[in-house]
Design a protein around this ligand. Structure first.
Ligand code: HEC
Ligand code: HEC
Length: 201
């Protein structure tokens, strides 16, 4: 139902010319064992540049319930202004819901709230990336107990359908987009997976 709903909302978004691209089709990717460990680690390096980027890490804050403001457009790194707390709900249901400001049309006005036609919320506690090392994030992403019980193809498919991911490459305002493209990031996940999901020592 939730998946259907977000698909429906995405369709609405596409009719309303919001700056959200269509879903990225996930290609088949190389077969397991056909990518060397070295190539897998190179793919991981590029993946790390994305997942540690402010456009991703600002929401992937781990056990904290405070979203972060970091990256060039924010000047200095600090917790979200206005004392915003996401609470256990991760959507601010206990205090001020994220959707109060983060719903609707993304704007190119500097410092306006980024908005997606879907529910804007903090990432799950287990997906803790803000300030974490390449090794820690890599181990989290390949651990089914910590990654929502997904294999690497399912992670790639999930990204292709996630409205927030599309936003990260078209963040609006004066924000720097995540490095590369969503399609290239998905390619890297498929190569990393086919190499056996190697992580830096
Ligand atoms: C607005 C906050 C927000 C931003 C920004 C964000 N995410 Fe997430 N992320 C989430 C939420 C919420 C979930 C859980 C949703 C789900 O599993 O359906 C999630 C889950 C994930 C997952 C699932 C695997 C796991 O370990 O739980 C991956 C992979 C992921 N995000 C990647 C990214 C990447 C890459 C970026 C930047 C390009 C990004 N996210 C930016 C909120 C965010
Ligand atoms: C009162 C309005 C308001 C509420 C409520 C609010 N935000 Fe924000 N948020 C903003 C504004 C405005 C910005 C952009 C500030 C800027 O660019 O200087 C922002 C930026 C962010 C960013 C940084 C995105 C990036 O990488 O550029 C994250 C993450 C974020 N909010 C998460 C949340 C979460 C999670 C909630 C709910 C728990 C929430 N916000 C509730 C107004 C709000």
């Amino acid at each position: 139902m939730k998946r259907f709903l977000s698909k429906a909302l995405l369709a609405v978004g596409l009719c309303l010319p919001l700056p959200v691209s269509a879903e990225v089709a996930v290609p088949a990717g190389p077969a397991i064992g056909t990518v060397s460990r070295e190539q897998g680690l190179e793919a991981w390096e590029r993946m790390f540049a994305v997942v540690s980027h402010p456009r991703c890490a600002n929401c992937h804050v781990g056990p904290s319930d405070r979203p972060m403001w970091s990256g060039e457009s924010y000047g200095r790194t600090r917790p979200h202004g206005m004392n915003i707390r996401a609470g256990d709900s991760r959507i601010g249901a206990e205090t001020l819901p994220c959707a109060t400001c983060h719903l609707g049309e993304n704007s190119n006005v500097p410092h306006s709230p980024p908005a997606v036609p879907d529910d804007w919320r903090l990432a799950p506690v287990e997906a803790h990336w803000f300030g974490q090392s390449a090794q820690t994030i890599c181990n989290q992403l390949r651990d089914p107990e910590l990654n929502g019980d997904r294999d690497y193809t399912e992670i790639a498919e999930h990204l292709g359908h996630d409205v927030i991911l599309h936003w990260a490459w078209e963040p609006g305002g004066n924000r720097e987009p995540a490095p590369g493209t969503l399609a290239a990031h998905i390619e890297d996940i498929l190569h990393w997976g086919a190499a056996g999901m190697p992580c830096p020592e």
